[in-house]
Structure formats: structure tokens, C-alpha cells
Design a protein around this ligand. Structure first.
Ligand code: PFF
Length: 483
């Protein structure tokens, strides 16, 4: 049985536009700050091999499943899942999978927007020549002052959300499609310019050895789990972004071909980012600082690096424009599921829906923003309990000293995303009849059987292990077995 093939939001002009939009969603801050340092510090070439395996064994089947569900449902993830499960006689509760995805997307966007705001601010600072000739201590204290200045952060976070809302409110054709068709080529050109500069002028040998030299001793179970987790986040899976984009593609596109192209491009861009960043890091002997997980690092190291170069103003500005574009094209895909749902289910116009969704995310972002200025969960609980008339938090826990940002990151990337990934795999692999998915994916019998085997067994089991690891349950189980 097939579903009706209408979408009230409009369709991409063609396959290539979908490819650009989905790649824009996938290529984000994760590619630019996370991939290079994870790859370098987790075994270089050997990590890359494990990561590629994860992308193709877990990421590819899941991405195909999401695009397929989107294209079948032709609605926002919530309504697409409701519609598909109604037509195929499954429980209506499956629509909650779409709800969870939409909420995760809003939560992630709330802090993504704060960091996107940093990128905007640093573009202006780089262009003004502020970093020229600064010492390392100088740029570190510049960032510390910036990150604790709530007014500045608020202004940039607001500006980032406003641009995101503006793009999304213009709709699929005039907003999303227009934005990605000029931003993605610009992103690629800037990246290539930075790579050429780094390769010609900086320490490319050490960088290549760091990124690609295989060191199989570093491949521990932990590294494999990190590779799986990153594969999941970098492909924007599990939160409806790819599903909603899938609902705007036409019928004749090959889902497998498109997904493979998106994954290959995302990986190539992550590698190029490594080749732009690490030669500079090695030239300035900053590798000791760089091997840490922290998005703020790019803002602490690179102003110094560019400040020492003759063409620093131009290159520095290009670098932060690159970060801003990467953040913005991901942000619009995070807002789209909620906006599409508000338009469909609440009868709002697109501008109205975008403004509402954007406003709620902006509010949430304020808490993330304050957590960068030092607010932790204990402070928040104390404030709430004081407001409620009790003057102390209910009980003590070491978790309270964490920031709200850490909490959201843990809840979304480590907990909810894997859970929603497993459920998508179960739904498409076990509940959806094979003749339906086979017709929808329209692949050769052999490739279809591979996809089905992966989505039924490999994907859910692998994600489940990642989930156990992220929550600490795996370590507990291993200790139990060892005793
Ligand atoms: N893939 C993005 C990155 O690597 O930074 C993050 C992201 C964007 C996740 C959009 C999810 C999403 F829907």
C-alpha cells in the first residue's frame, strides 16, 4: 500500500538540492572542532577506518531509513510517523518518536545557537583586526571576557536565532533551498582556500602523520564507541532533521545513492577541516592544547594563530565565516521539524510558526548561555526552590556542579539520540513490511537484503552498546562480569 504523495511545504528543486541541504545539516560544528581532534587523538588512520565502518554499517542504513520515512509520510516527523503507522496498521504511539526527535532538535539548537553566535561575533572581531599581534594569553583572556559577558552573548545568540528563523520562515524553496545553494559552495571554497594556505605554509607533514598514521594500539573499545557516537551526531540522525528534509524530495531519487553521497561528502569535509586546522596547530606547537574536547578551543587558539600571520585578517575572517555558515546550515535543519509541525497541526503560517519555535528555542538557549558564564545546576535549583518558597535544593548530588549545557549535551547526544536511533531502526526494520520498504527504497534484491540485515540487527545492537557505554552501564556490566 502506498501513501498519498502530497506535501504542503513544497519540494526541493531536485536531487542535488536535497543533497546540498542534507549535507548542510550534516556538516556543522561537529565536523570542524570535534572530528579533527577525535581522529588525531584516537589513533589517526586506524580511527578513520573504524569511523568509516561505523558510518557505513550504522549511519548509512539509518539515514536511508529516515529519508524513506520522510518521503513516505510527506509531513513533519510527528505527522509522517502518525500517518505511516495509521496506513500500515501500527500503533499510533509511534508518532511520539517524531515528538521526541523534534524536542531533541530544539534542545540541541538551543546551545548550538549560542556557539553559532560566538562564530558571528568572532567573524566581526577577526575582520576588525582585533587579533593581529595578540599573544596567546591575550586571546585566551579575550575569549574568557567574551564568554562571561552575558550582554554580548545575548546579542549574538539573538542574532544567530534571528537569521535561522528568517531562513526557515521563507519556506522550503525561498528559504532553505536558497540558503543552502549559495552557502554550501561558499563553505567549500573557503575550506579549500584554508587547506591550500595551510598545506603551503604550515607544518603539513606532522599534521598528516597525526591525522592518518595508523596506530592500532590506540583502538580501544572506548575509541570504537566514540567513533560510533560521532558518526551518529555528525550525520544529524535521530532527531527528525534528515526525515523532514526527506519529506521534500521527489519520488524518483535513489535513497541509497543520495545517502552515500551525503556521508562521503561529510567525511571529506571533516578531513579537509583537519588538513586546514592541524598544520597550523603544529606550526605554532599548540598540539598539547588542541587535544581536548571543547568547542571554545577554536575560539581560543585560532585568533592567536591568525593574529601572527601576514594575511591574518583575511584568513581569520574566512575561518569564522566558515564556522558561521556550517552552524547556520545545521541550525535551519534543527528548527525545520518543529516549524513544519506547527504549520501542519496548529494551522500557523510559516513566518508565525518559525517565530514561535525560534522564540522558545531562544529562551532555552538563554539558560545554556548563562551556563557558559558559570551558572550551574545547583544555582538553578537554588533559584527555583527559592522561588517556590523553599530555600535549599532538595538533595545534594555531584551532578549539580555541572552546567546546564553539560546536562543538555548528555541528555541529547548521549541518551535521547541513541534511543531514537534504535526505535527508528526497529520501526523500519521490524515493523514495516519488507515489500513496503523494498518498493520505497527501490534497490536491487541483494542491496536491499544488506540494508535489511543491517537495520534489523547491526544498527540497533551497535547503538544499544553506545547507549550503555554513554550512561556508564557498560562499565558496570564489565565490572560485574570480571568479579
Ligand atoms: N551534524 C551537525 C554537526 O556535525 O555539527 C550537528 C547536527 C545538526 C545534529 C543538525 C543534528 C541536526 F539535526
Amino acid at each position: 500500500m502506498t501513501t498519498e504523495r502530497d506535501t504542503i511545504h513544497g519540494e526541493w528543486a531536485g536531487r542535488f538540492t536535497f543533497f546540498l541541504a542534507a549535507t548542510g545539516s550534516a556538516v556543522g560544528l561537529g565536523n570542524l572542532w570535534k572530528f579533527p581532534y577525535v581522529a588525531g587523538s584516537s589513533g589517526g588512520g586506524s580511527f578513520l577506518l573504524v569511523y568509516l565502518l561505523c558510518l557505513f554499517l550504522i549511519g548509512l542504513p539509518l539515514m536511508m531509513a529516515e529519508i524513506m520515512l520522510g518521503r513516505m509520510g510527506r509531513r513533519s516527523p510527528v505527522n509522517a510517523l502518525r500517518r505511516i503507522s495509521q496506513i500500515h496498521g501500527h500503533s499510533r504511539l509511534w508518532k511520539w518518536l517524531g515528538v521526541v526527535g523534534m524536542l531533541i532538535a530544539c534542545l540541541i539548537l538551543s546551545y548550538y545557537s549560542v556557539i553559532g553566535g560566538w562564530a558571528y561575533a568572532y567573524t566581526v572581531r577577526a575582520a576588525s583586526g582585533l587579533f593581529m599581534g595578540q599573544t596567546m594569553d591575550g586571546v585566551v583572556s579575550l575569549f574568557a571576557r567574551f564568554a562571561s559577558d552575558a550582554e554580548h552573548l545575548l546579542a549574538w545568540h539573538t542574532l544567530f536565532m534571528l537569521t535561522t528563523v528568517m531562513v526557515v520562515s521563507r519556506g522550503v524553496k525561498r528559504g532553505l533551498e536558497f540558503a543552502v545553494t549559495w552557502m554550501m559552495p561558499v563553505l567549500l571554497v573557503i575550506l579549500v582556500v584554508l587547506v591550500i594556505y595551510a598545506v603551503r605554509n604550515a607544518d603539513v607533514y606532522n599534521a598528516i602523520a597525526f591525522l592518518f598514521h595508523p596506530d592500532f594500539h590506540k583502538i580501544t573499545p572506548d575509541v570504537v564507541l566514540t567513533a560510533m557516537g560521532h558518526a551518529f551526531f555528525t550525520l544529524s540522525l535521530g532527531m527528525g532533521a534528515i526525515m523532514v528534509y526527506g519529506s521534500y524530495i521527489g519520488q524518483r531519487s535513489s535513497i541509497c545513492g543520495l545517502s552515500s553521497a551525503i556521508i562521503i561528502t561529510d567525511t571529506m569535509i571533516a578531513i579537509l577541516a583537519g588538513l586546514a586546522i592541524f598544520p597550523l596547530v603544529f606550526s605554532f606547537q599548540l598540539e598539547g592544547i588542541m587535544i581536548r574536547s571543547d568547542p571554545g578551543l577554536l575560539f581560543r587558539i585560532f585568533p592567536y594563530v591568525f593574529g601572527q600571520m601576514p594575511a591574518g585578517i583575511l584568513l581569520g575572517t574566512l575561518f569564522f565565516v566558515l564556522l558561521s555558515i556550517a552552524a547556520l546550515t545545521s541550525a535551519i535543519s534543527l528548527l525545520e521539524p518543529a516549524v513544519a509541525w506547527l504549520v501542519e497541526s496548529r494551522g500557523m503560517t510559516r513566518p508565525h510558526a518559525s517565530a514561535w519555535a525560534g522564540f522558545c528555542v531562544w529562551l532555552l538557549g538563554l539558560v545554556s548561555m548563562l551556563s557558559f558564564t558559570g551558572l550551574n545546576l545547583r544555582d538553578m535549583l537554588t533559584a527555583v526552590s527559592a522561588w517556590l518558597g523553599h530555600y535549599s535544593p532538595m538533595f545534594e548530588h555531584k551532578f549539580y556542579s555541572q552546567s546546564f549545557f553539560t546536562l543538555i549535551d548528555f541528555m541529547t547526544a548521549k541518551l535521547l539520540l541513541p534511543i531514537s536511533g534504535i526505535l527508528i531502526a526497529i520501526y523500519t526494520g521490524w515493523l514495516l513490511k519488507s515489500d513496503v520498504s523494498k518498493q520505497e527504497l527501490s534497490m536491487s534484491n541483494w542491496s536491499y537484503q544488506c540494508w535489511r540485515g543491517l537495520i534489523r540487527y547491526v544498527t540497533p545492537v551497535a547503538i544499544f552498546v553506545v547507549l550503555l557505554n554513554a550512561t556508564g552501564a557498560l562499565a558496570w556490566i564489565i565490572r560485574l562480569i570480571n568479579n
